[in-house]
Design a protein around this ligand. Sequence first.
Ligand SMILES: [Ca+2]
Ligand SMILES: [Ca+2]
Length: 293
Amino acid sequence: METLIRPAAGRAHPEPSRERWSLVGLVLLVSLGALIFPVMLGASANEPLPGLGAGAGTPGSNDTAAGASTTGETIAPISGDVDCSGQLSAVDALYVLRYVVQLPGAPGCLFAADVQCDNDRDAVDALLILRQIASLPPTTTPPWCPGIGQSLPNNPQLAGGVLVSATAVDESYRVWLTNATGIAMAYDFAWDRLPWRYQGGFFGGPLRSGPGAGEHNAPWSWHLDPNETSIGEGTVEECQGRPSFVEQNVEAWIQLIGRYCPSIDQLVSIVDYRWMNEGGFASFPATRATEGP
Ligand SMILES: [Ca+2]
Ligand SMILES: [Ca+2]
């Protein structure tokens, strides 16, 4: 079920601000944790955390200890499980903080760190993970964001990209983005972080035949080029129009105009499939490794 996250004019969006008061403390905490945590686990601060040895970056390998064997239990990637252990713990939050301050030993499931779904992996995410573990009231995140601990969206045909659903006037369409600029701008639009000159609210990119990868823009028989589409600047009229109008003239539109610039009257959802190409996780599902006899 797709849910409207904001009207184009309203700019209402979830509020991370309530959490920010704690960020300074958290960044201080990570410095302390970077020293204390490895010691607690019997390792020096310069050694990788458990599971971050030779198998780092391999799904299911991060719980592996000496004498470990796999149980055959399938791990589904879940939001916030930064160390690929299959569950949430304070270790996940610590890994996020270590990443923020660029300490070595990046975990294999770092893609799962952005539990806030704002395209940043930062101390806010670490705080949200800690709140979840402590059973504190959940903080507002976009309705399309997987809840912390919930499975990440899975669609191999859209792996490595981000699917944005929007409406132009009263017609729905979808744009699959694989270019970093377009993805970042889509998130920035959703979170009201774009400069005003981009807030005219439309995508712009080369128009292509067919509904695209995974038929993501079905039932329309066109899509926007995922590698070159982003949020447009200023206002354009020559490449704008209703999705249904483009549908009636797809080939002519491609030949005569080449680009299409659908308005974003409502940004309905952003579904992130990038984890599927990140950190070796194209091989999911993996099996969890646990200590053997
Ligand atoms: Ca974990
Ligand atoms: Ca985030």
